[in-house]
Ligand binder design. Structure first.
Ligand code: NDP
Length: 296
């Protein structure tokens, strides 16, 4: 094999953005401008970057965007007040509280206070439950992005063995739950592996489609991958690199250079799953605006 086909989030997200542009135009024509609000507590630099990217994307798409930055010492009560305000703001169809929150605020309490109809991150337990029973209001952004990469790259998932490495509530568990549903881009036989899994390589080698969300730089090597498998790398890790101008570089959980010679298709880091998360967040916001416009 001379090298795997690359599955690039930029290409996949571009095609989704073109479809969203048509839907946004139609909504605007009917007097609804889809609105996304983001609340950031504190000044975590990585979170600030994400929040700016979300705002910029909204502008590009002709969506309404509101960003609220609250000081690090904001009380839980004040944040809940803000959530209540956004729940009642009809110009905001979806909003999210950027995580992580400072340690004096209980994330669960805040997430539970979000109106599930506006929960575009799909973190509210009601939305997680709806996704699990196959009646989703929203799909969580990163897992939905992974699924769209598979669907739009023409990768057959029906009957295939999908191994997900990682069981977090935001990536591993929802991806596994989505891939086992009935329907397009799913109908898979799913195995979930995690840090307590015995003999991980023997599990990952069974995967027709291997989805990795561990947060362990370059962990998955070619010997852990079946010849011809499809490999999706969700991992985003900064490692030291004296040759890089910033002294660091971004790598995935998959050892790309070795795995690309064994897999049939692989998503690189950067350039793979990365752009999909914001794209699916925008898609969720447009869907929420469409539902709000119908029920008006
Ligand atoms: P978490 O740290 O919450 O979860 C990591 C998971 O990997 C856990 O379930 C853990 O197992 C498992 N794991 C860790 N080490 C091992 C090991 N040696 N063997 C087997 N399993 C292991 O991370 P997230 O799910 O939040 O994120 C995963 C990665 O994806 C990170 O690099 C993150 O930055 C990236 N990410 C990228 C996004 C994007 O937009 N591209 C969005 C979200 C995340 P256990 O449960 O037993 O501890």
């Amino acid at each position: 094999m001379t090298g795997a086909r690359l599955i690039l989030g930029k290409d996949v997200s571009d095609s989704i953005y073109s479809e969203l542009a048509i839907r946004i135009e139609a909504l605007r024509g009917r007097g609804t401008v889809p609105g996304l609000a983001v609340v950031l507590v504190g000044n975590d630099p990585a979170s600030e970057v994400y929040v700016r990217m979300k705002g910029r994307k909204c502008e590009e798409l002709g969506m309404h965007s509101v960003t609220t930055v609250l000081p690090e010492d904001t009380t839980q009560e004040k944040l809940l007040e803000k959530v209540g305000e956004l729940n009642g703001d009809s110009s905001v169809h979806g909003f999210l509280i950027q995580l992580p929150l400072p340690s004096h605020i209980d994330e669960k309490t805040v997430i539970n206070a979000i109106d599930p109809r506006k929960d575009v991150d799909c973190f509210h337990p009601l939305n997680v439950g709806k996704m699990l029973i196959g009646e989703p209001e929203f799909l969580p952004a990163t897992p939905a992005g992974v699924q769209q990469m598979l669907i739009r790259s023409g990768i057959e998932t029906e009957g295939k063995h999908v191994v997900v490495v990682g069981r977090s509530n935001i990536v591993g568990k929802p991806i596994a739950a989505m891939m086992m549903q009935k329907g397009d881009g799913a109908d898979s036989t799913v195995t979930v592996a995690h840090s307590r899994t015995e003999d991980l390589p023997s599990v990952t080698r069974q995967a027709d489609i291997l989805i990795v969300a561990m947060g362990r730089p370059n962990f998955i090597t070619a010997d852990m991958v079946k010849e011809g498998a499809v490999v999706i790398d969700v991992g985003t890790n900064r490692i030291d690199d004296p040759n890089s101008p910033k002294g660091q570089r971004l790598v995935g959980d998959v050892d790309f250079e070795s795995v690309r010679n064994k897999a049939s298709a692989v998503s690189p880091v950067p350039g793979g799953v990365g752009p999909m998360t914001i794209c699916m967040l925008m898609a969720n916001t447009v869907a929420a605006a469409e539902r709000a416009a119908v029920s008006r």
